[in-house]
Design a protein around this ligand. Structure first.
Ligand code: GLC
Length: 485
């Protein structure tokens, strides 16, 4: 795999969790052998400034990588490899590209040379494979940062012994970012003529056209991505791939996300005995300075601060929700401006709205466990994992019915026998508020049986990678290998 994030070394969102958990799930030799694709799994990741190397067991390989930006046409990269949990992590160490602040930029401003930086990640991965001389079955690239690898395969490695017959699978986690490289910068990518047009190169789009199999991370989003509203300009090229473009629902790492063993929580609990959740709720409310015994619904929100995630809808709905006796705990990282409205409301209602604009893994876990409801009003959501984690932690999600949210959450009013949360269609604060209102009505009912059943059904879902997603990828690999050969 080639990716720009991999938990726990580098993560801004779900991509990092997915790359780590999928690599580990694929690395389980039995499953891999079953379809005739040999392990092990390697993950190539930039060696960002923030990544510390382990004290021992690090293998160093020096690779000379073609680099049009370097005065002598090549750069000496060091690939530092070591055993991770179930796979081999291979850090691409190129200080000029990665030894700086921010994976993608600082604040809201992207690094101007991102095209070159991630092109160097990909080119180094391919040069490493070529140097090692072992033919590779599948190179699986993630998002636009892995996309250049597909272009390089066709440009420079199609006749190569190790890579010429390799199948390339592209996973689109977020179609909003294409890695658009403007014409004046295209030379930095080191591509021959014929890629892109007079305006530049759209790396993601070009990889969609050339990968052997392309997927996104849920069946519903795979359909939505074919529309102009949701396709982010990729709808045409995705449609042209026909049945080579598929949706594979992500899993979550159910060992890493487990209220029975989660060390960040005040108390542990599971589906058989959920009583510890009340202690988690009290501890969370005390931690953020709220009244620990207030019985009103507590709404949790955790996510990247990106318009995609709909934090503004939470802000829009928050006055009505607070007036109705609810409390909101928000945790977000990214562009702080997106939290500005919420922060203003929080200063007026300090005992009802808590806004935490920082990266805090443990607080996120305490919100999943301590809230009564979890809000995810995303504008678009290729998959989303917070809703699955929330269900696993006994916290029914309220989601907009889109992408992976539509595939994972069943509305408890629409389908009382199967409901695991609440879902609404319209992208508006009032639609969010009314769905939360429906949930709160069940939460507050004197007879708790209906509510308890929603919680129990959510906790009983199996979102593990082994339950289905891993097989989905193995099928995609097998198919890509067959078609490439
Ligand atoms: C991106 C998507 C999100 C998905 C994640 C992992 O962050 O926005 O929906 O869950 O990638 O695939």
């Amino acid at each position: 795999m080639i990716a720009s994030e991999c938990e726990p070394w580098a993560k801004t969102g779900g991509l990092g969790d997915v790359v780590d958990a999928l690599a580990r799930a694929l690395g389980r030799a039995a499953a891999v052998d079953a379809v005739g694709v040999d392990g092990p799994v390697d993950v190539f990741l930039p060696r960002y400034r923030s990544i510390d190397l382990p004290g021992e067991g690090v293998d160093e390989r020096h690779v000379r990588v073609p680099d049009p930006v370097s005065p002598d046409g090549a750069t000496d990269a060091v690939v530092r490899s070591f055993a991770a949990d179930g796979y081999r992590l291979r850090l691409v160490d190129i200080p000029a590209a990665f030894d700086r602040d921010g994976y993608y930029g600082t604040g809201a401003v992207d690094h101007p040379d991102n095209g070159w930086r991630f092109a160097m990640l990909c080119r180094t991965a391919l040069e490493t494979i070529r140097q090692e001389g072992q033919p590779i079955d599948v190179v699986h690239v993630h998002d636009w940062q892995g996309a250049p690898a597909v272009l390089y395969r066709d440009a420079w490695y199609w006749g190569d012994f190790t890579l010429g017959r390799t199948a390339f699978v592209l996973t689109i986690h977020n179609p909003a970012f294409h890695g658009w490289t403007h014409a004046p910068d295209v030379w930095t990518l080191g591509l021959p003529g014929g890629f892109g047009d007079a305006y530049g190169v759209d790396l993601l789009r070009t990889a969609v056209e050339r990968a052997d199999v392309v997927n996104t991370v849920s069946p519903t989003f795979a359909r939505e991505a074919l529309t102009t509203e949701m396709g982010k300009g990729l709808e045409g090229v995705l449609a042209a791939r026909g049945d080579r473009f598929v949706g594979i629902l992500n899993g979550i790492d159910t060992a890493a996300w487990d209220p029975a063993t989660d060390a960040a929580l005040a108390a542990s609990y599971d589906a058989a005995d959920i009583s510890g959740k009340a202690a988690c709720r009290r501890a969370l409310l005390a931690e953020i300075g709220f009244d620990p015994d207030d019985p009103g619904p507590v709404l949790g929100v955790v996510g990247r601060l990106d318009p995609q995630k709909g934090f503004d809808l939470v802000a829009g709905a928050s006055r009505a929700l607070i007036a109705d006796g609810m409390r909101i705990v928000a945790l977000g990282t990214g562009d702080r401006l997106l939290l500005a409205d919420l922060a203003v409301i929080a200063t007026r209602s300090p005992t009802s709205l808590s806004v935490n604009d920082r990266f805090d893994r443990d607080l996120a876990r305490r919100i999943y466990a301590g809230a009564d409801l979890f809000l995810m009003p995303s504008r678009f959501e290729p998959c989303g994992q917070s809703q699955m984690i929330a269900m696993r932690y006994g916290t029914p999600p309220v989601v907009r019915k889109t992408g992976g949210l539509a595939d994972t959450v069943i509305d408890a009013d629409a389908d009382p026998g199967h409901g695991t949360g609440w879902a609404f269609e319209e992208t508006s604060a009032s639609a969010l508020a009314s769905a939360v209102g429906r949930a709160a009505e069940m939460f507050r009912a004197p007879d708790h049986a209906a509510w308890d059943a929603v919680v129990a059904r959510g906790m009983a879902q199996d979102w593990s990678w082994q339950a289905g997603p891993t097989d989905g990828y193995l099928r995609a690999y097998t198919r890509a290998v067959a078609s490439r050969r």
